[in-house]
Ligand binder design. Structure first.
Ligand code: NDP
Length: 489
């Protein structure tokens, strides 16, 4: 549990209570000063152009790869997650930095655009210019990957970044900014401000060009409201309640393995974690048995770390208790599974759709499995919630067809969570899971403003945008528009 001590924020290991990090706490004035410094730094960084930034970002990527064990150890200390999981998280972040650095020029750089009838004598030019300063607010569950998604896009696009990490994982955020400063010592291009929610709120009101928020849906609404005061654009990566659909022709063993990983990795504290499974009747029994068998082998303190945020334990307990009270059954774990700071893997079946365990984000190593008649019923149940972040489908003939019909931003077919590791694919949700995208080309464009320029190349053939056009010229426009667009296909 983080504490504030003499102007410092002290984070502790959720597993042992031992101090993990100590960073100076900021306030409204500190945030303003950081953003002011970032404005100057951002102008300098933008002036390096795509090639200069690419080189520096690739050097930073190399530093992160060289020191990945150090980063993973710190992440393990602050979140409690297994070291191997922290290594995988850091690797995914490194791949995102690499991709953003290498592709920013292609995606955001100046290009010529085709012209059209009324402006035939003009050439068109498009480029994506940086916002100046991007404020990034991040959660604690993936303290490397979740902030580095938007940060890699924002930096590659030419912005300076001010990060407000979660109060639970400030040292990881600080480490990222400190290592960036080792590579780019000239200007504070990537700064961190520390504190509780009020510091995040101050960042929203600080006059940054854009805010990228990752966290709960409730806080996302507060962030958007604060940003609305200054019409500051936002990217909101919020919570989820992702579903996995197991179709009749699925590889049941592979589906069970992926369901256990998708629901229980990082002790279930994953925004795109699988929290609900809908398995069709013919494979239901075999699937449930395989999930229980595989989840039963997971060990607390080994594959399953502690719950990072103590308050979350109460949410998990309530969801399990409600599910059991509502008529659900625990085939693994259950009422006794909650032993703070740990929660043992829990597999729930027969839970009614009205139960909190089905409707609300649990964020623990729990999963509900529900029998459905067919994929059609699975789709309609999966789509019944206001959340729409990710999801997964196991099946052969109809996997992609089902994936397309899920009302979410991302779906993995015959795996779980894989889209987060593919740096070419945009990441983000719909509905209560937020809007805007990080990662991939859309994630780069999120951090550049489209700038359109026309350049007149010669006299007008069809003068249209002038008071000096003649009736004869308007007549030629009529002829041209009929010739070009008058034929019905
Ligand atoms: P929170 O919403 O509690 O916090 C997120 C960040 O916002 C923290 O840094 C927090 O600071 C800060 N904050 C709190 N209040 C305000 C405010 N009024 N204005 C601005 N910033 C504020 O989320 P958690 O940290 O608990 O993270 C878990 C949530 O994140 C889950 O719902 C999960 O699904 C979601 N998530 C979504 C992802 C996605 O990509 N869609 C990825 C990962 C997680 P402080 O910590 O000091 O309170």
């Amino acid at each position: 549990m983080p504490v504030v001590e003499d102007g410092f924020l002290v984070s502790t290991s959720p597993a042992t209570g031992v101090e993990a990090g100590r960073v100076p706490i900021s306030d409204g004035k500190g945030v303003e000063a950081a953003v002011e410094r970032a404005r100057t730094a951002g102008a300098w960084w933008a002036g390096l152009n795509f090639d200069g930034r690419r080189t520096r970002l690739l050097r930073w990527r190399a530093l992160l790869a060289e020191r990945i064990e150090e980063l993973a150890t710190l992440t393990h200390a602050e979140t409690g997650k297994p070291l191997a999981d922290a290594i995988v998280e850091a690797t995914a972040a490194i791949e995102h930095i690499d991709w953003a650095a290498r592709n920013a020029k292609r995606v955001l750089g100046p290009r010529r655009m085709r012209t059209r009838l009324l402006v035939a004598e003009h050439s068109g030019h498009l480029e994506y210019q940086p916002y100046g300063v991007v404020g990034v607010i991040g959660p604690w569950n993936y303290p490397i990957l979740t902030p580095l998604g938007p940060i890699s896009g924002a930096l590659a696009a030419g912005n300076a970044v001010v990060l407000k990490p979660s109060e639970y994982t400030p040292a990881v955020g600080q480490w990222l900014a400190d290592t960036f400063a080792e590579i780019v010592p000239e200007e504070p291009v990537f700064q961190v401000v520390h504190g509780l929610g009020d510091v995040g709120a101050a960042l929203c009101r600080s006059g940054v060009g854009k805010v990228s928020f990752t966290g709960s849906t409730a806080t996302a609404k507060k962030v958007m409201a604060a940003c609305a005061e200054t019409l500051t654009p936002v990217v909101l990566e919020a919570g989820g309640k992702d579903a996995l659909i197991v179709d009749a022709d699925a590889d049941v063993n592979a589906a069970a393995e992926a369901a256990v990983w998708g629901s229980m990795t990082n002790a279930g504290q994953t925004c795109i974690g699988i929290e609900r499974v809908y398995a069709v009747a013919p494979v239901y029994d075999a699937f449930v048995a395989a999930v229980v068998e595989k989840a039963g082998k997971l060990r607390l303190g080994e594959e399953i770390g502690p719950i990072t945020m103590p308050g979350q334990v109460d949410v998990i307990r309530r969801h399990i208790d409600d599910a059991l009270a509502d008529g659900g059954r625990a085939l693994l774990g259950g009422a006794g599974a909650v032993q703070p700071p740990n929660v043992a893997p829990t597999v729930l079946v027969d839970v009614p759709e009205s139960s909190a365990a089905i409707r609300e984000e649990t964020f623990g190593p729990t999963v509900t499995i529900t029998k459905v008649a067919d994929a059609e019923e699975a789709i309609s149940r999966a789509n019944a919630l206001p959340y729409g972040l990710g999801g997964a489908v196991f099946g052969k003939a109809n996997g992609i067809r089902i994936a397309r019909r899920l009302h979410t931003g991302m779906v993995a077919v015959n795996s779980t969570l894989s889209f987060v590791g593919m740096a070419t694919l945009p990441f983000g949700g719909v509905g209560d899971s937020g809007f805007g995208r990080i990662h991939g080309e859309d994630g780069l464009r999120e951090f550049g403003r489209a700038k359109s320029i026309t350049v007149r190349r010669g006299p007008s053939l069809l003068p249209a945008m002038t008071f000096e056009r003649t009736p004869a010229q308007v007549g030629r426009i009529v002829k041209a528009v009929k010739l070009l667009y008058g034929r019905r296909p």
